[in-house]
Design a protein around this ligand. Structure first.
Ligand code: NAD
Length: 254
């Protein structure tokens, strides 16, 4: 399927996990793709790798300028770079709260600040084809234990997504997010590797999922590609769950 032919995309955090799968999917469907990541060593072949940290406003501005200089325009922005945090509100210091919010929330704000002028121009030429998609999480609304900081950061991402969708709908820029459930990426592998028996921990994690398995990065990427595609020309202000039923299903009897 070449439904993204002629679109120029920027994917933050595109060198690993979900972001890398998104970059590959957008490429396969015809887009040109720039990957902005603090470590671009894993950026998929065929992408324009831009090493930058989303906590640096200058770094994001320069990376966006480099993508536009290379491609000539920008139609698709995927704000995906994010980091995790485990614990309750009693476990984490102000510094940890600031560090995670600086990446998960402010990283998207900086990306938006520097890409919106380019998106606005592109939307005038290609109505319906210009979009921003954020990688949010089921944690935004699910009330997960031991995820106070991470959940709050993703709740903010959901609110930012909806507010941006309202602000830019008349600019012709659609803004949506995907809410992955537990996805099988290096992020989850790193968490499992901390357990005394990672294989047993993985089996237990899979058993807790409604489908008995983790979501794949490719499944999340397919949802992101849909939201970026002409098929989603009327879709804005939406959170699309790709979570194996984690949020919507109530599998335990009352
Ligand atoms: P990952 O660790 O495999 O990939 C994250 C990428 O973001 C890495 O390439 C990393 O270098 C980059 N990154 C992190 N901080 C950055 C920064 N400050 N500046 C630039 N790049 C930075 O993780 P993943 O599982 O692919 O997660 C991607 C997104 O999906 C995150 O926003 C995460 O919150 C979200 N998510 C993941 C899961 C899951 O279970 N894996 C579930 C829901 C949501």
């Amino acid at each position: 399927m070449r439904d993204l032919d002629g679109l120029n995309a920027l994917v933050t955090g595109g060198a690993s996990g979900i972001g890398a799968a998104v970059a590959r999917e957008l490429l396969t469907r015809g887009a040109r793709v720039a990957v902005l990541d603090r470590d671009t060593s894993g950026a998929p072949g065929g992408t324009l790798a831009l090493t930058a940290d989303v906590t640096s406003d200058t770094g994001v501005r320069e990376a966006v300028a480099a993508a536009v200089a290379a491609f000539g325009s920008l139609h698709t922005v995927v704000g995906n770079a994010g980091i995790g945090a485990v614990g309750t509100v009693e476990d984490q210091t102000d510094e940890e709260w600031h560090r995670v919010l600086d990446v998960n929330l402010m990283g998207l704000v900086r990306t938006a600040r520097h890409t919106l002028p380019h998106l606005r121009r592109a939307a005038a030429e290609r109505p319906g084809a210009v979009s921003v998609t954020h990688t949010c999480s089921v944690a935004a609304t699910a009330g997960l234990p031991q995820r106070a900081l991470y959940s709050a950061s993703k709740g903010a991402v959901l609110s930012l997504t909806l507010a941006m969708a309202a602000d830019h709908v008349r600019d012709g820029i659609r803004v949506n997010c995907v809410n992955p459930g537990t996805a099988d990426t290096p992020w989850v592998t790193r968490l499992l590797d901390r357990a005394p028996d990672p294989a047993a921990e993985r089996a237990a994690l899979e058993a807790r999922q409604p489908m008995g398995r983790l979501v794949t990065a490719e499944e999340v990427a397919a949802a992101v590609a849909y939201l970026a595609s002409p098929a989603a020309a009327s879709v804005t202000g939406t959170a699309l769950a790709v979570d194996g039923g984690m949020q919507g299903l109530r599998l335990r009897p009352a």
